[in-house]
Design a protein around this ligand. Structure first.
Ligand code: ADP
Ligand code: MG
Length: 242
């Protein structure tokens, strides 16, 4: 069995602060993995290491066949395979929705203008925003902007998508529309890693849950660990209602 993501005994320090202390996990193709845990437990750092936005101090990470250890990494090839979406949408305000998506395609995929436009239209339809192609980001709600950011990532046809608390900046009524897009991707078989505070969402769509505590994988298992946690730390975390 070949995992699409293999994280082995990863250590990561910022100065003297060791924020990942021997993190290991595997993700199979098509799996949806939710990473949960207190603020500061290393969730974002773990995710960022998987896209080589942070380099690790020791251990190994393999993502879609890319080895993200201490050696050199072909970032262009990695970016083709791994998409990442953040809490902030980072859309270019002076470009239309369609242009925002096309720009990324042009740079990473080196496709013709027609091909970029076609693909951009296609992914906008997927996130339910085909009619907003000519709008500018400021004309959209936060939820719509986040869906554009997801579409932009999706346009690259990644094999793995990483989501870092993508609904945290949104009002509750806008969260649902973004979660629905993510759920559709999950149903379509996308391999995904979600750092999330949305416990009921994680319980519903995750195949696997990783609870991080102080830079370690403290408890991991199926979504049932959210209703039946084995460690005192996860019990307390869930008890806080986060
Ligand atoms: P989480 O996403 O679980 O809230 P993070 O991975 O963002 O946690 O952060 C884990 C720890 O690493 C925190 O103590 C944070 O302050 C620290 N940290 C994160 N990024 C940096 C950075 N770029 N420089 C220094 N410290 C950082
Ligand atoms: Mg974080």
């Amino acid at each position: 069995m070949s995992a699409i993501v293999n994280v082995r005994d990863v250590h990561k320090k910022f100065g003297e602060n060791e924020v990942l202390r021997g993190v290991s996990f595997e993700i199979e193709r098509g799996q949806v993995v939710a990473i949960i845990g207190q603020s500061g437990s290393g969730k974002s750092t773990a995710l960022r290491c998987m896209d080589h936005l942070e380099t690790i101090n020791s251990g190994s990470i393999s993502v879609c066949g890319h080895e993200l250890g201490t050696g050199t990494v072909n970032l262009r090839e990695l970016r083709k395979d791994v998409g990442i979406v953040f809490q902030s949408y980072n859309l270019f305000p002076h470009l239309t929705v369609l242009q925002n998506i096309m720009l990324a395609l042009k740079h990473v995929r080196k496709l013709s203008r027609e091909e970029c436009s076609r693909k951009a239209q296609y992914v906008l339809e997927k996130v339910g925003l085909a009619e907003k192609a000519e709008s500018y980001p400021e004309q959209l709600s936060g939820g719509q902007q986040q869906r554009v950011a997801i579409a932009r990532s999706l346009a690259m046809e990644p094999k793995v998508m990483l989501f870092d608390e993508v609904t945290s900046a949104l009002d509750p009524q806008l969260t649902g529309e973004v979660l629905r897009v993510i759920e559709d991707l999950a149903k379509g078989g996308m391999t995904m890693v979600l750092v999330t505070h949305e416990m009921s969402f994680a319980r519903r769509i995750a195949d696997k849950v990783i609870y991080m505590y102080q830079g370690m994988v403290w408890e991991t298992g199926g979504p049932e660990i959210l209703t039946n946690p084995q460690t005192r730390e996860l019990q307390e975390f869930i008890g806080t209602g986060l």
